[in-house]
Design a protein around this ligand. Structure first.
Ligand code: UDX
Length: 440
């Protein structure tokens, strides 16, 4: 099938590349010409395991190409996926302007043609967006032979495992009431759906809401366990034991119950806010989601207070902190809403120095933290420990899980603040380290 993808961010690039790998012919469009030039050479603008190799393979096979020309992309396509970003606007709602631009560009091309196109909208959008886009296309193409049908097809790709999530989906949601579109979706997704049927055809409004509800529910689990972790600190229980005991109930499950610094990234904070806005627009008060955000917004302060409980302001001013982890989670160089960066921004003025290290997010973090003058970016995790008084772990990269005790001995105060609960507390305490986790 000939497919065009509008937008080469995480969602568009992963979707386009995976569809190409499954035998389709794919053109990916982005208005950023530099990104397109790099992609044509097989260079991707972010770190996502497995993606660059898959792009190179499909470039070699001739299954994928990149363009900045709407004409090239639309003249080629039998089907279009819109995958542009919907960032948070000033009011906390989803900013739909990139989608609206795409609608205008597509209509402009189609208006003097006779083409029938299906558009799957993958961008995360509030309920009602797909039908208003359909109205917009109908209006713009009123005097044209061309016709566009808009369907909702939300993405459920986790950064760091996005290729695997596309190829082995836990569900594929398509919102449409058009039988031809559902047949098209079945054909498109057949290679990843033939083992067991995970494709659900639902109404457009339900599809839009499934996406927001899923992210909001996962965010709720995280804020819930972070609140329980505080209680663990207060009563002397270990959150790891509580989490495992609670998660054994199959009605609850053991996923997304890891306490830490709170949720970050490009999706959860933005999507929970946008869902709250949708509630408000519909005159419904959402107490739960407001509390989820509130707990999350305060979680980093809760952690920083642990540092304050150990050091007086005067002592802290003499201390060098080693910070391991800068990306918002492991296996990505994405620093959007990174709790690590929030922590550094918040505490850098109170400490003497910060030694920071991340396996892949250093370049992005350096740009973002260029306002801070008492930070050094180290070449590796061991170098970052040199000269430090205490270690602060902010992202649970695999290489941080089992550090060599000897290398930790260089910490002058032998203190570790573990914001992701990944280290062996018992072992560290046996070796005379002071350990502070979240809820343990
Ligand atoms: C999320 C959704 O999981 C995915 O389905 C959706 O399509 C896009 O948004 P992503 O933002 O890549 O994916 O990251 P995810 O793995 O969901 O983690 C989000 C945040 O929650 C991270 O900051 C992570 O550290 C935090 N988290 C996750 C916890 O604090 N505890 C947990 O138990 C799980």
């Amino acid at each position: 099938m000939k497919i065009s993808i509008i937008g080469t961010g995480y969602v568009g690039l992963v979707t386009g590349t995976c569809l190409a790998d499954l035998g389709n012919n794919v053109i990916c469009l982005d208005i950023n010409e530099q990104i397109i030039e790099d992609l044509t050479k097989g260079k991707i603008p972010f770190y996502e395991p497995g993606l660059e190799d898959l792009i190179k393979t499909n470039l070699d096979r001739g299954n994928i190409s990149f363009t900045s020309s709407y004409e090239d992309a639309i003249s080629f396509a039998e089907t279009i996926f819109i995958c542009v970003g919907t960032p948070e606007d000033d009011q906390g709602s989803a900013d739909l302007s990139f989608i609206q631009d795409a609608v205008i560009k597509i209509s402009d091309y189609l208006k003097d043609k006779d083409r029938h196109l299906t558009i799957f909208l993958k961008s995360t959008v509030p309920s009602g967006t797909c039908s208003s886009l359909q109205d917009k296309f109908d209006e713009l193409l009123e005097n044209s032979q061309s016709k566009v049908v808009v369907a909702s097809n939300p993405e459920f790709l986790k950064e760091g495992s996005a290729v695997a999530d596309f190829m082995k989906p836990d569900r594929i949601i398509v919102g449409t009431d058009d039988i031809n579109v559902s047949e098209l979706a079945k054909r498109l997704y057949r290679p990843v759906n033939w083992k067991s049927n995970r494709l659900k055809i639902v109404s457009i409004e339900a599809a839009e809401l499934i996406k927001y509800s899923a992210n909001a529910f996962l965010a709720t689990k995280i804020s819930f366990i972070n609140e329980i972790a505080k209680l663990c600190d207060a009563v002397g229980a270990d959150i790891s034991e509580v989490r495992k005991g609670v998660g054994l109930d199959p009605r609850i499950g053991n996923h997304f119950l890891y306490s830490g610094l709170g949720f970050g990234g490009s999706c959860f904070p933005k999507d929970v806010k946008a869902l709250i806005k949708t509630f408000t627009k519909n005159n419904i008060d959402t107490k739960i989601l407001k509390a989820v955000l509130d707990v999350n917004d305060n979680q980093i302060d809760y952690f920083i207070n642990k540092i304050h409980s150990v050091y007086t302001p005067k002592e802290l001013k003499q201390k060098t902190l080693c910070v391991w982890g800068l990306s918002f989670k492991p296996e990505t160089d994405d620093i959007r809403e990174s709790l690590s960066l929030k922590l550094i921004n918040s505490i850098s003025g109170e400490v003497k120095h910060i030694n920071a290290y991340d396996p892949v997010a250093m370049t992005r973090a350096k740009d973002s933290l260029s306002n801070i003058d008492n930070i050094t970016f180290s070449r590796d995790s061991t170098e970052a420990l040199q000269g430090a008084d205490a270690l602060v772990i902010t992202t649970e990269w695999r290489e941080f899980w089992n550090p060599d005790l000897e290398s930790l001995e260089v910490l002058k105060d032998k203190i570790i603040f573990d914001g992701r609960n990944i280290l062996d507390k018992k072992l560290l305490e046996e070796n005379k380290f002071s350990y502070f986790g979240i809820g343990r």
